[in-house]
Design a protein around this ligand. Structure first.
Ligand code: PMT
Length: 414
């Protein structure tokens, strides 16, 4: 399996050689890209000698030609063929350039062009690390799905004490292996995700809606795509672009969502119902815009419970995960939904907590099953999506173990 290590210009650049060796010991085929600044600290020859591959040092040769005559678009071919792009050490400068989507050297261009996961191991002076600009850039990159391996604390090359030392090589390797494992662990799944808030028309210009932005559902769709799943995203209106590569099914009302979900359900191996679906809709929709006269009454009727229908119609083995947005006694109410609706798990959102949940880029949830509750603390929704999918994968495992044990006992009886 091929991975690419991007080395940038910091004093910790020499530690990248150790990282390359450690990754090779994990049977990974390591390629190296160096920025111009990195070459001031370590020679490309060091990495060429270690890896047995030409080290990529720029987009252009000194005579203005592309460096590899065989590939005029080498940054694209590298970007497409690698399974992970690891930037270690990542300076404050590269974090800023990646956060802003710059593409003025090989590494930044490749980072934009690759579908592979991006893993960043920052190393810098403690004040540079703590600077709000650096922290804002990191947050932007995290929200886009990058994995950040935070630096260690200790004496820094500049003589100061604090956070900023490149993380230990063994910690980096562990994170890289985790990310690579996740990259393919849902390849056999077809995930049906619902997202956004449905809209129930009152008249041609008004509707009853809710505060869901779709961010949580889209983050789940993106995370599942990243992990190799086929994703069907049934989405109520949002301001978001559908993640590249998903099968996108736009809907507006609860009834449209119901029909779309039931149509695609037979293909799903996992259903994630993150959408906030209207529980009531106007019984009648006015043909014309309602004029302002005096008080009016709008009669509401209940919508169908889509989740209940999914549970009745799902294929054996299809996991169904409900979401619950609660404003009082959250655990008690969510537990009630878990048993009443018969879902495999409920992702509980306490939507009374400020700054997270609805429309925020961050969230904190509790993953509830019949006999366990796992708190997932506040973090960007894209990261949280991966943590939720990790919990879902755990639900699969006991069944797989039982299936394997059954297979063993059948063989033993023969
Ligand atoms: O979209 P964001 O701004 O990122 O916010 C995320 C979120 C808070 C909306 C989301 O994570 C969340 O909690 N979604 C579920 C909200 C909700 O509708 O909860 P509920 O308790 O009303 O419904 C419970 C479950 O039943 C949900 O999975 C819902 O999709 C489903 N349902 C509800 C009504 C209905 N008629 N049919 C359903 O299937």
């Amino acid at each position: 399996m091929k991975v690419t290590v991007g080395v940038t210009g910091g004093i910790a650049a020499y530690k990248a050689a150790e990282l390359v060796r450690a990754l090779q010991q994990q049977a990974l085929d390591v390629h190296v890209v160096m920025t111009a600044a990195a070459q001031q600290f370590v020679s490309p020859l060091t990495f060429a000698g270690l890896t047995g591959h030409r080290v990529i040092t720029g987009l252009w040769d000194s005579d203005g030609q592309v460096p590899n005559a065989n590939s005029a678009i080498e940054h694209i071919s590298e970007a497409q063929s690698t399974e992970a792009l690891i930037v270690a050490p990542a300076t404050a400068d590269i974090l800023a350039r990646l956060a802003h989507g710059m593409a003025d050297d090989f590494l930044t261009t490749m980072a934009l062009a690759t579908p592979a996961p991006l893993i960043l191991a920052p190393a810098m002076n403690v004040q540079m690390w703590e600077h709000p600009a650096t922290q804002a850039n990191l947050e932007t990159l995290r929200l886009r799905g990058a994995t950040i391996v935070s630096p260690d604390s200790g004496y820094l090359a500049c003589g100061m004490l604090g956070e900023g030392r490149l993380a230990k090589v063994e910690d980096l390797v562990r994170t890289i292996l985790d990310v690579l494992h996740r990259r393919h662990d849902m390849a056999s799944e077809t995930v049906l995700v619902t997202a956004g808030g449905t809209r129930e028309p009152v008249d041609p210009v008004r509707f009853i809606g809710n505060r869901s932005s779709g961010k949580m559902g889209y983050a789940l769709a993106e995370a599942a795509l990243y992990r190799g799943a086929h994703v069907i995203l049934v989405s109520a209106p949002t301001r978001l672009d559908p993640p590249t590569g998903c099968e996108f099914v736009p809907v507006t009302t609860a009834e449209e969502m119901r029909q779309a979900v039931l149509k695609h359900l037979p293909r799903a191996t996992l259903v994630m119902k993150a959408a906030a679906v209207a529980d009531y809709r106007p019984r009648l929709r006015a043909e014309q815009k309602i004029k302002r006269t005096g008080p009016i009454t709008i009669e509401l009727e209940p919508t169908e419970d889509i989740l209940a229908e999914i549970i009745k119609l799902r294929q054996p083995g299809t996991l169904v995960i409900g979401f619950a947005a609660e404003t009082e006694n959250p655990v008690e109410h969510a537990r009630g939904k878990l048993s009443r609706k018969g879902v495999d798990a409920i992702v509980l959102n306490d939507v009374t907590r400020p700054h997270i949940g609805f429309d925020s880029d961050r969230n904190a949830v509790t993953f509830l099953t019949a006999n366990a509750a796992q708190e997932l603390p506040e973090m960007p929704k894209r990261l949280l999506a991966d943590r939720i999918l990790d919990e879902v994968q755990q639900l699969r495992r006991p069944r797989q173990i039982v299936a394997e044990m059954n297979a063993v006992s059948i063989l033993a009886k023969r």
